[in-house]
Design a protein around this ligand. Sequence first.
Ligand code: 1PR
Length: 599
Amino acid sequence: MEAAPCAVSRPPSSATAAVRKRSKRSSSFTKVRVTASASASSQQSNSVTLLDYGAGNVRSLRNAIRHLGFHITDVHKPEDILTADRLVFPGVGAFGAAMQVLNQTGLGEALRMYIDKDKPFLGICLGLQLLFDSSEENGPVKGLGVIPGTVGRFDSTQGLIVPHIGWNALQPVKDSGILHGIEGHHVYFVHSYRALPSEDNKDWISSLCYYGESFVSSVSRGNVNAVQFHPEKSGAVGLSILQNFLRQSSSSSLKTLVPGKASKLAKRVIACLDVRANDKGDLVVTKGDQYDVRETTGDNEVRNLGKPVELAGQYYKDGADEVSFLNITGFRDFPLGDLPMLEVLRCASENVFVPLTVGGGIRDFTDANGRYYSSLEVASEYFRSGADKISIGSDAVFAAEEYLLTGVKSGKTSIEQISRVYGNQAVVVSIDPRRVFIKSPDEVKFKSVKLMKPGPNGEEYAWYQCTVKGGREGRPIGAYELAKAVEHLGAGEILLNCIDCDGQGEGYDIELIKLVSDAVTIPVIASSGAGAVEHFSEVFQQTNASAALAAGIFHRNEVPIQSVKEHLLDRGVEVRMLSMEKTQSNQPEMAPRGAAAVV
Ligand code: 1PR
């Protein structure tokens, strides 16, 4: 079913209705005997069949396919696979759970038959891994057995940051139609498991990618293709790959990109939108000074810097590698009652083809009618609305405190619940620390740093006290301790803010970012304080941050995202640049608007 047109307004339905409306697709498959004599296809030429077994968010992929002018037909039973003209299989969730669904419903057998017949197929992410013999993820678990080899986890024992999240470069090893011209361009990966190249599977491999080792980033044989990265989240480059598959282009009509210079995992530049309702009840993008978002003059209104969907679209076109939405009053409102926020996400995801993160209010909740919602249900609603990752703030602090107190993983915290179902790469923990100056590290039990610049009373050290509820309440835990605890609980990434630096434009808190990014082996996003392009190179050159997030300078149009990236390139920091499609004028290919623009 096509989505209703986007308009962010207060919908009439209640939160409960929104939760009830959730798709039950995962349980709707019935086991049907698969025969090779399934009826001939009646698909239209602009129709693509999507195998979504209901284990996670494939909204972005649906949006990308529709954006390219194609109509989606969903698979409900194994025969739908056999009658497909072209099939896209975006594997989501864990390998074992996916294989269980495929085996129980007969879809796995149908998939094997479809692939055997060499019909047009595109597997994405887990959709590539499932083609292999087996996976070590919670296993070993047997896969579809189409490609020889075992899928294993990246090795983080030597300090490699896992999950592998971000924009990395492909090294094509053979000419595969859909990857035409991809060499030198970045595409977006997010995964902890990978398949390795071997003698047995070398005929399948169409490209490799380097991350600590060379792993299989795409396979291709005849009409069967699969990619480890996410084309639907890889901006214009990814859309051109999808389009090459969907159009089943002859080699003469394949999209060609101007050669890029990508060679390795890029540092990411993230635009952040702090969102809340203003005093009139409209959802606006706001921005604080040390978390105070009210104007200091007049009626002390909530600072209004624009409309969330519009700004997200603009930042995508400007080259942001990710866009984050933080619902900054989510801690006091029930997020599923905040339907405009879900609507913002739904609308933004229709035109933004880079990853979207959303945070604010993710926790277990009991509403006024006594209905209990788990944090997993809250997060699921965000994923269904278009989020690729969710970000947990206050609730992660309480979870970490509990874990450090008991030393036991209860399995019930929001981090554990959500990462178990969606994978740890989908769970970001947002930390809101405030600097506390001390004269000696012995004054506190928390890890402190020696300051480059002494505190107001000559203090030489500081520790970083975590806060909850948007900085309103300090907690007895430091940023270092919290980061390590949430990594153990299953967080896949850390968004590291700093209340002291927020909105000040004087640069990131290098001491804090170094402290945390040296302590964990999951990616750390540096946040708070960017005011000039030099602040970005400083944070990447002096710390292990994988990404740098900024808000104020982008909202106030002080520095365009492209200038940040050009500066970083100039300083030898690898970043993703907007791709150029080979046209007569060689204009940069921005986000294509509808199929006509990209044909
Ligand atoms: O606690 O799970 O409900 O999540 C609430 C989320 O909202 C947290 O991620 C928290 O960081 C965020 N938040 C709460 N209150 C505020 C506030 O500003 N009053 N915003 C807030 C946090 C910090 C950054 C900001 C950077 C960059 N904003 O997101 O965008 O500091 O700004 P800059 O480049 O202008 O310096 P929960």
